[in-house]
Design a protein around this ligand. Structure first.
Ligand code: GLY
Length: 343
């Protein structure tokens, strides 16, 4: 069912005899790089391995990528392959977008989060002054190679992190998709079935991205769960605490479903189903943060906001019916956070 060799040949266009460069991270180097090198002949000097983790998603790391490309004499007809998780796809894509005003790149995601989210849609960038993806550009990959067998070596918390984005896609897409995602046994996954769910999740995202690639409207629906999720992540980052992106998004989904229920009459029963799913699979969010002022301050910097004073949410009226440009008062956000942290 999976043919990495063929997919790589198609993505790279081997007949064009490309000058290849590859970025990877320490985990992907250990578990996935040898698979790539079975097909692609890339010299060791054209491979850069970077440390993994949100704390490395910085301008300094982007500079390391630019330096690596300059040292290797990369040109606009070179091709940059990015073999890694979401952090690397975002940063590598940014380096490709800006190097010599843009060189082509191919994403080869190795985590579930990167497969269903970061590798698709062309959002590239890095964190700046403690704010997630504060600096970045839209720049589409030449193609993306999805190879689900890479997930077999992925730690379970990382698998769950990606699954939160799949849950988000299901919530904004349709009740049927939500049933499939909630019913799937993510603790002991059947990888063939997971591969089908992944493809549907990517299709949901790609459909939205194609209609609104630069997030002028509809694409904001993909930020459901992320106003609160990003704030929790930024807060954790500022405290040096580890909180995976998707876990933060899972908490954000619950808080924003609560807001959706209060403000748009989202069905309580469905919200409770999602809460049960979270409590069954993810660490409890209790006491993740009681510093609501600080969290709300982080929300003020969210890229969906159209003015500095109003915090903008994408909320759900029903499953499959997302309303963008919704606002909430401080007290309402506080109630949603109370709901989340008191579960
Ligand atoms: N992760 C949301 C988006 O790509 O728009």
């Amino acid at each position: 069912m999976f043919d990495l060799d063929l997919d790589l040949r198609n993505a790279v266009g081997l007949s064009e005899s490309r000058d290849l460069y590859l970025l990877t991270d320490t985990n992907s180097q250990q578990y996935c790089l040898s698979e790539i090198r079975k097909t692609l002949d890339i010299s060791a000097e054209h491979i850069l391995c970077l440390p993994d983790g949100e704390q490395y998603k910085t301008l300094e790391t982007v500079e390391r990528i630019w330096d690596f490309l300059i040292k290797g004499n990369a040109t606009r007809s070179s091709l940059l392959l990015i073999l890694g998780g979401g952090v690397l796809c975002d940063m590598g894509g940014f380096a490709a977008a800006t190097f010599k005003r843009g060189i082509p790149f191919v994403n080869i995601p190795t985590t579930l989060l990167a497969m269903v989210d970061a590798s698709c849609g062309g959002k590239t960038g890095f964190d700046y002054q403690g704010l997630k993806n504060e600096i970045g550009v839209f720049y589409q990959p030449k193609s993306t190679v999805i190879y689900p067998p890479f997930l077999r070596t992925l730690p379970h918390d990382q698998l769950l992190s990606g699954y939160a984005e799949m849950l988000k896609h299901a919530l904004i897409a349709s009740p049927l998709e939500l049933i499939h995602v909630l019913a799937f046994n993510i603790d002991n996954p059947d990888y063939e079935s997971l591969a089908e769910l992944i493809q549907r999740s990517i299709d949901i995202k790609q459909y939205i991205v194609d209609l609104d690639p630069e997030e002028t409207g509809l694409r904001k629906s993909l930020n459901f769960g992320h106003t609160v999720g990003h704030a929790l992540e930024e807060y954790s980052l500022s405290k040096g605490q580890k909180l995976l992106h998707g876990t933060a998004v899972m908490y954000g989904i619950v808080a924003e479903l609560y807001l959706s229920m209060v403000k748009l009459s989202f069905p309580k029963q469905t919200m409770i189903q999602v809460v049960h799913f979270m409590l069954e699979h993810y660490p409890k969010p209790a006491c993740a943060c009681k510093d609501y002022e600080k969290l709300i301050e982080f929300m003020r910097h969210d890229k969906k906001n159209m003015s500095a004073d109003v915090i903008n949410f994408s909320l759900l009226r029903q499953v499959g019916n997302c309303r963008i440009n919704q606002t909430a008062k401080k007290e309402e956000i506080g109630d949603a956070l109370d709901f989340l942290f008191n579960l």
